[in-house]
Design a protein around this ligand. Structure first.
Ligand SMILES: Nc1nc2c(ncn2[C@@H]2O[C@H](COP(=O)(O)OP(=O)(O)O)[C@@H](O)[C@H]2O)c(=O)[nH]1
Ligand SMILES: [Mg+2]
Length: 278
């Protein structure tokens, strides 16, 4: 695992696969309608031309299975794409947690392999299953980005979303997750609207958006209001932030070792001086 890897995690039907499609600007991931659709960890990584294959837990490269039943935690669907975002990071779309133990194990495996996790929420409170993801990140020191997807556009109101995001943020802080969260545009819980982001990808404003917000009448306005640009920017910057974190951890480790060495040296000098004087 050399490229910085980010897993998109959360319960199912939150918009994880939709987010992948919005980020990579095409319909690559299957999205669901009340059903579980992402059955296997799917790795989106850079490749000069589009390619899709299945990589088994023991490293065999196969064509994607037609009607797969059980995936093992190490199994991966791999999609290679020449998208610029993937030059910096690899993105894993994981099955939703909370639906079955098998899917939870798959998502946990993806998180374990990742440098950072993007937690996508569609409701204003943290569910017990999301707490499990958070605990896993805290235990391994994995950095988190937390997004609130205002999926139900009826509720897409700046004040209401601000309140929802602040409520989630307070919950995160109370549970001690403050330090592991990477903010987007200064917000620890960043609101987005993936339906609007998708309008920008298709270049067409859908009827639902038109009905609910007459001001969002062009794909460009939808893109700007959706928050997707900020999310893309944050993802692009993750490798740099993690490298800086690593360097500052190294610095404090070097400082700790040097002061320990200095103390040891002092001790030796004092003992030698004592022997000489005796
Ligand atoms: N209205 C609306 N629907 C959304 C939004 N994001 C996702 N959806 C829909 O929610 C359903 C589940 O999305 P999906 O990406 O498959 O969720 P996943 O299970 O978390 O991967 C799909 O029908 C999406 O079209 C959004 O921002 N607004
Ligand atoms: Mg999905």
């Amino acid at each position: 695992m050399d490229t910085c890897t980010i897993t998109i995690a959360g319960r199912f039907q939150q918009g994880k696969s939709t987010l992948v499609n919005c980020l990579l600007e095409g319909k690559f991931a299957e999205t669901g309608n009340g059903l579980r659709t992402t059955a296997c960890n799917t790795v989106y990584r850079y490749g000069p031309k589009k390619e899709k294959f299945f990589l088994t837990a023991d490293g065999q490269k196969l064509s994607p299975p037609k009607n797969p039943k059980n995936y093992r935690p190490g199994d991966r669907m791999v999609v290679a794409l020449p998208h610029p975002l993937l030059q910096n990071v690899t993105i894993i779309d994981s099955p939703g947690v909370g639906a079955s133990e098998a899917d939870d194990a798959l998502a946990a495996n993806a998180i374990q392999q990742s440098h950072a996790v993007l937690l996508l929420l569609e409701k204003g409170t943290l569910h017990a299953t999301e707490q499990t993801i958070l605990e896993q990140c805290r235990a391994s020191g994995t950095k988190l980005i937390v997004l609130f997807n205002g999926k139900d556009t009826n509720k897409w109101h700046p004040e209401e979303n601000k309140f929802i995001c602040e409520t989630i943020e307070a919950q995160l802080i109370n549970s001690g997750f403050h330090d592991v969260i990477l903010p987007i545009a200064g917000k620890k819980v960043f609101p987005c609207n993936l339906l609007w982001a998708w309008n920008a990808v298709t270049g067409k404003v859908d009827d639902k958006t038109k009905k609910l917000d007459y001001k969002l009448d062009t794909p460009a306005k939808c893109r700007d209001a959706s928050g997707i640009q900020n999310i893309r920017h944050a993802i692009h910057n993750i490798p740099g932030i993690l490298a800086m974190d690593f360097m500052s951890n190294m610095d404090s480790e070097i400082e700790r070792i040097s002061s320990k060495l200095e103390a040891e040296m002092d001790k030796i000098i004092q003992e030698t001086a004592k022997k000489w004087n005796a």
